[in-house]
Design a protein around this ligand. Structure first.
Ligand code: UD1
Length: 425
């Protein structure tokens, strides 16, 4: 186990390049299972979650070769249909092989991912959607067991909530179902548009990507694809908040400002100067103390829940009091106890957090409870007086490629070291 030693005080300045999105890459990798043959994915981030997904695809019979940002996946004609617990528990997103496996093999045994530090994260909509497509689905011995020996049939499906994972799983099953599927109240995240684009390139017939309704005309087979992953808007947003908190000036290259409209608007309301760049990407600069900003998390195009820990950290030292409302994950405020160790004044009431800005925070040992909480704590450490030790850094490695390298390049005083107090669980 390792930890980060963050010494507060530096103002981050310079340029960072954002790689492809974690939340897209993992699903694009799963989508390659839908066709026999060699698919190539570019701009895949160098993060451990991608390693885990690669391992899972290998277990299913694919050959996966990764060279820097490019992943080449060779999928054989016959693939296995069991995603075992020891792999799924390490990567909750491995549930996204469920749809492709049922569509391709007529059978899937995918371990239930189990508990998670940010909430219960149910699978009811994934399961109901696959059942509407004609699969028989049961939970047995800790596995989602889905069977469709005669193949899937298109159907009208309405989601109770625009779940990202359920949209992806049902979509990936529907592209090979017989006939038309109308999928209503779907997620509209840029990562959904990205996967739709890849599926269309593979030969799928999908209309409505980026809207609330997807029309899918099933096809008999798909072909492999070469695809470049959409840039990671959450990593880009993290850099934007870092610029603001440290009163710095960061150019975020390869980011798409159109995917962060609401976030950048909020940061401007806090006092940042935001400039979109002709060559792509944007620049965020800040002088003086940020003003408090209220934030309500919602499915895209609402404010992303994945940036909620960063705005709580930002408000912890802003001028004024902010109300943060978390509508996506019930337990996502858990990390606030760690932030309080740095001196933050945050009161939680259900899914609301009231953050009273302090003039300063003070460094302390804290524990990253998940990827985004980890990034939020590092940002807080950058502006806290003295040293902050962020342990369980493996969470951050799941989602931020070369975080320490990029922070250092921007002038932060951050280093990685063995954590004598913690052991791998
Ligand atoms: C994805 C992202 C995650 C992001 C989230 C919301 C990946 C790997 N992860 O997660 O980073 O925070 O979208 O933008 O892409 N729900 C149910 N039943 C279901 C499905 C979901 O109750 O069948 C609930 C979940 O418990 C959660 C909410 O819906 O409270 C949102 O979940 P969902 O949109 O599915 O998020 P994920 O796909 O898990």
């Amino acid at each position: 186990m390792e930890r980060l030693r963050v010494t507060g005080g530096a103002s981050l300045r310079g340029s960072v390049h954002v790689a492809g999105a974690k939340n897209s890459s993992l699903k694009l990798m799963a989508a390659t299972l839908l066709s026999e043959g060699r698919s190539t994915l570019h701009d895949v981030p160098t993060i451990t979650d991608v390693d885990y997904m690669g391992e899972l695809l290998r277990r299913l019979g694919a050959d996966v070769v990764r060279t820097n940002g490019t992943v080449v996946i060779d999928v054989p004609d016959k693939i296995a249909h069991e995603a075992p617990y020891e792999l799924v528990r390490r990567l909750r997103a491995s549930i996204c092989v469920l749809g492709p496996l049922v569509a391709r093999c007529g059978a899937a045994d995918v371990a239930l991912p189990g508990g998670d530090a940010i909430g219960s994260r149910g699978l009811d909509m994934h399961i109901a959607g696959l059942e509407r497509l004609g699969a028989h689905v049961e939970v047995q011995h800790g596995y989602v067991v889905a069977r469709a020996p005669k193949g899937l049939r298109g159907a009208m499906i309405g989601l109770d909530f625009p779940s990202v994972g359920a949209t992806e799983n049902i979509l990936m099953a529907a592209v090979l179902a017989e006939g038309e599927t109308v999928l209503d109240n779907v997620a509209r995240e840029p990562e959904i548009v990205d996967i739709c684009q890849m599926l269309v390139d593979m030969g799928a017939k999908i209309e409505g990507a980026g809207t609330s309704t997807l029309h899918v005309q099933g096809v008999e087979r798909l072909k492999p694809s070469e695809h470049t992953t959409v840039p990671d808007r959450i990593v880009a947003g993290t850099w934007a908040v870092a610029a603001l908190m440290t009163r710095g000036d960061i150019t975020v290259a390869n980011a798409r400002h159109t995917h962060l409209e609401l976030v950048l608007e909020k940061l401007m309301a806090a006092g940042a100067v935001v400039e979109t760049l002709a060559e792509g990407g944007f620049r965020v600069a800040m002088s003086g103390r940020p003003r408090a900003i209220d934030v309500v998390t919602l499915p895209y195009p609402g404010f992303p829940t994945d940036l909620q820990p960063m705005v709580v950290a930002l408000n912890a030292l802003a001028d004024g009091t902010a109300m943060i409302t978390e509508n996506v994950y019930e337990a996502r405020f858990m990390f606030v106890n760690e932030l309080a160790r740095l001196g933050a004044d945050v009161r939680i009431d259900g899914h609301h957090a009231v953050v009273r800005g302090r003039e300063s925070l003070s460094g302390a040992p804290v524990v990253a409870t998940d990827i985004r909480a980890g990034a939020g704590l590092v940002l807080a450490g950058l502006v806290a007086e003295g040293e902050t030790l962020v342990s369980a850094v493996h969470h951050i490695d799941r989602g931020y490629p070369d975080f320490v390298g990029q922070l250092t390049q921007l002038g932060a005083d951050v280093s990685r070291e063995p954590d004598p107090d913690r052991f791998e669980d």
